[in-house]
Ligand binder design. Structure first.
Ligand code: LLP
Length: 432
């Protein structure tokens, strides 16, 4: 359930009309619902209630400090992939003992930093990394807690750019080799074996691939528990969200009751997985990113021009691919709605940004209400992998980020200024 709903024809985030936020803080801007983030976290937490579990929020999905603070205050842990992300967790007072550190390319500096701080575990992605972590730990006279990421070779049937659990991908260590690598780890002087990890992909919309992977992993988890007393099994993230309810049901998202949605819910996910996980007798970690934040945010933009060509109705808006790259990069669908409900017939439209690239397109030939210059539009489901993937292409300052809690709307990141973009740049004295 998310908190973006029309009331009296005005799209609200919780109690606040989006048009009011747009007028006050300018556009484009990201707007997040604090209540939705909390609600998603709590729903998943409750669904997994029967298990000894920890939710390690995938920081990469949305790393705004206010979002991280929200997760920390709910008692969550964190799945991080860089020194910078760990520093963010520390900055919000998050518990670094609940941090797991993933990623195929951890540098020596990052390993040192995490070891000194004392994180919960490194998720090892290769044998070379295992050796590197052991040698850094030896030099620092520390012991490194580790889990090994298994590539279970299960097809998650998601977008090719975000599937991770098959041998075509760079992630983890092949299922067939994993026991040997644990044996090797057990002989390394400065390694503590703590767990095992998998992550098969992102935006999964059925439980089948999870079930397949967990079933395949279960005997291995049991064996490792007997042999090395592992204490956790992380089943990764990947819970998908609804991006295109209009396509699925012929109705826009805000009419849709969450119970009616034929998608993966925390309940259906738990129903299928808990019976397989509980008997394993280890703590279960989950690493959701998109599920927590995806439908908790929108990108609000304003119509600059309507351009009608013989063939097309272009709605030119002031947000661009640099602000939200998912449509250009993954051909991802994001629902787009006016913040003020528009009656009347729909018109096939392309919503495009101002950047000189054809890829700077948010949707193509989509039936949309007839909008005009100055209208505000909300690009939905933009809470995850949205602001974090934004860039300054075209010297476009990053949009402001606003978080709403009930009747309150607070800026959680100021809009950048052009001067702040070039502040780190230098002109050498030898250029005349
Ligand atoms: N754990 C690991 C090891 C991961 O690599 C990821 C995401 C997650 C957890 C969180 O997955 P989630 O629950 O959010 O599906 N930029 C892409 C998504 C990339 C996901 C990368 N890994 C997008 O915009 O769709």
């Amino acid at each position: 359930m998310h908190e973006f709903q029309y009331r009296n024809g005005e799209l609200h985030c919780e109690e606040v009309p989006l048009s009011k936020i747009a007028a006050k803080y300018g556009t484009p801007c990201y707007v997040y619902s604090h209540r939705t983030i909390r609600d998603h976290y709590q729903k998943l937490d409750q669904a997994l209630g029967e298990l000894d579990h920890t939710i390690c929020y995938a920081v990469k999905a949305n790393s705004n400090l206010a979002v991280l603070r929200t997760i920390a205050s709910l008692g969550g842990g964190f799945d991080v992939v860089s020194k910078g992300e760990i520093e963010r967790v520390v900055a919000v007072g998050g518990d670094h003992h609940r941090c797991i550190f993933a990623g195929v390319g951890k540098t020596i500096r990052e390993i040192e930093f995490a070891l000194r701080l004392g994180i919960y575990a490194f998720n090892i992605e290769s044998e070379a990394e295992l050796e590197r972590i052991n040698s850094v730990a030896r030099r620092l006279r520390k012991r490194a807690p580790i889990s090994i990421r298994v590539n279970p070779n299960v097809d998650a049937k998601t977008h090719a750019k975000i599937t991770t659990g098959t041998y075509e991908n760079k992630f983890g260590i092949a299922f067939e080799r994993i026991k040997q690598v644990y044996q090797k780890a057990s002989r390394l002087s400065h390694i503590d074996i703590k767990g095992i990890q998998m992550h098969i992909g992102s935006q999964l919309t059925t439980a089948d691939p999870f079930e397949g992977a967990v079933t395949k992993m279960a005997p291995l988890v049991r064996e490792l528990r007997e042999r090395y007393h592992i204490e956790f099994f992380s089943i990764g993230g990947g819970l998908g969200i609804v991006y295109n309810p209009a396509l699925e049901s012929g109705r826009p998202s805000w009419w849709r009751k969450p119970q009616a949605a034929n998608i993966l819910t925390p309940e259906s996910y738990a129903q299928r997985l808990v019976p397989l996980l509980k008997p394993l007798g280890v703590r279960i970690l989950v690493e959701p990113g998109r599920f927590i934040a995806g439908n908790a945010g929108v990108l609000v933009t304003q119509v600059e021009y309507i351009k009608k060509t013989g063939k097309k109705n272009f709605v030119i808006v002031n947000a661009a691919m640099n602000d939200l790259i998912r449509p250009a990069f993954y051909e991802a669908h994001h629902d787009i709605v006016p913040t003020r409900k528009k009656p009347g017939a729909k018109i096939s439209s392309d919503v495009v940004g101002p950047i000189c690239e054809t890829g700077d397109t948010f949707c193509k030939d989509r039936p949309l209400p007839r909008v005009k210059e100055g209208d505000y539009l909300a690009i939905l489901s933009a809470g995850a992998y949205a602001f974090v993937m934004a860039s300054n292409y075209n010297t476009r300052p990053m949009p402001a980020e606003i978080m709403v809690n009930g009747k309150r709307a607070s800026v959680v990141r100021e809009r950048e200024t052009a001067a702040s973009l070039w502040a780190p740049e230098r002109i050498p004295s030898w250029i005349k």
